[in-house]
Design a protein around this ligand. Structure first.
Ligand code: SF4
Length: 292
């Protein structure tokens, strides 16, 4: 298989088989991310894709799902993307779902009709690394789109019948904008129809511009307690009828379906951890993290 390091696969989807149709990330400049920093974006050569598909056909001819790599394969124009998806279907005709992570702005250059065609061929569930719905924060972390873009593109996905995940990056606005980040993100998410909302907590990894800014005193990271308080504010304002997952460093399992039904439990659990949790232990877990 022609897989370019680092190979990131969404752990909540079947993690195998997977096939790379693009390398790296078109944006590659979010201030908290170094995942693909030294890897330039490029399309996977068709010959490589076909070789990989022959391999997969030999070992997984009845595959029902596949993850499309890398960071944002839907960045390809519809005319470039569709032949690649058709090729995948030719070799794996039993596929029911082709999953992909992607950026909000990758949807911009596709019409609703084109999105419907992508859904029909199997791309019916995608993950959007939204991170925030607050415009100040989106600009601050150099995310490359606005809250209006999020709303417009998610509404196109709704219309096309493609299910999508939205992620909230807890802590990424720093202390001064923490409240706005949480409230405005929930407000934007509430105007969309994500099947799942996921939250992760910011870790400042070496080499990230955000860590350098923190070291210069230009960015004030949240303490573990402040992270939990921000997460609580986000949850309090979130009103999406969706599945909810969090990979915050808290030990309590707050993930599950039916967010609205479980919201009181999630809030009371967060309150309890905020009051009685061992913040030093949480900080140790975060310090030991090596990837997002
Ligand atoms: S967070 Fe996602 S979009 Fe941003 S640079 Fe990293 S891989 Fe690319």
């Amino acid at each position: 298989m022609h897989l370019t390091e680092p190979v990131y696969r969404n752990p909540y989807w079947p993690t195998w088989p997977l096939v790379q149709i693009t390398q790296s990330c078109t944006h590659n400049s979010c201030k908290f991310c170094t995942m693909y920093r030294d890897v330039p974006f490029r399309m996977q050569p068709m010959e490589w894709l076909e070789e990989d598909l022959r391999e997969l056909q030999a070992i997984a001819p009845d595959a029902k799902t596949i993850q499309l790599l890398s960071a944002n394969p839907l960045a390809l124009s519809f005319d470039r993307l569709m032949p690649r998806l058709q090729l995948i279907r030719k070799y794996l005709p039993g596929l029911q779902h082709m999953y992909a992570a992607t950026r909000v702005d990758d949807i911009k250059n596709k019409t609703v009709e084109q999105l419907r065609a992508l859904r029909d061929i199997g791309v019916d569930e995608i993950s959007l690394g939204v991170e925030s719905g607050d415009d100040w924060t989106l600009k601050r972390i150099n995310k490359g789109y606005t809250s209006q873009d999020i709303l417009e593109q998610c509404h196109k996905l709704d219309e096309a019948g493609i299910r999508y995940w939205m992620t909230f990056l807890n802590g990424v606005a720093g202390r001064e904008h923490s409240h706005d980040h949480a409230v405005h993100s929930a407000e934007v998410f509430n105007q969309c129809h994500p099947m799942l909302v996921g939250t992760g907590g910011l870790t400042l990894f070496p080499g990230t511009p955000l860590l350098e800014e923190a070291e210069r005193g230009e960015f004030t990271p949240l303490t573990e307690k402040e992270m939990l308080e921000e997460l609580r504010t986000f949850v309090e304002h979130l009103a999406c009828d969706c599945k909810f997952i969090t990979h915050h460093t808290i030990a309590a399992n707050l993930s599950g379906p039916d967010f609205l039904k479980r919201k009181p439990y999630i809030l009371s659990t967060l309150d309890d951890i905020i009051q009685h949790g061992d913040m030093d232990a949480l900080e140790t877990i975060r310090t030991n993290k090596r990837t997002l």
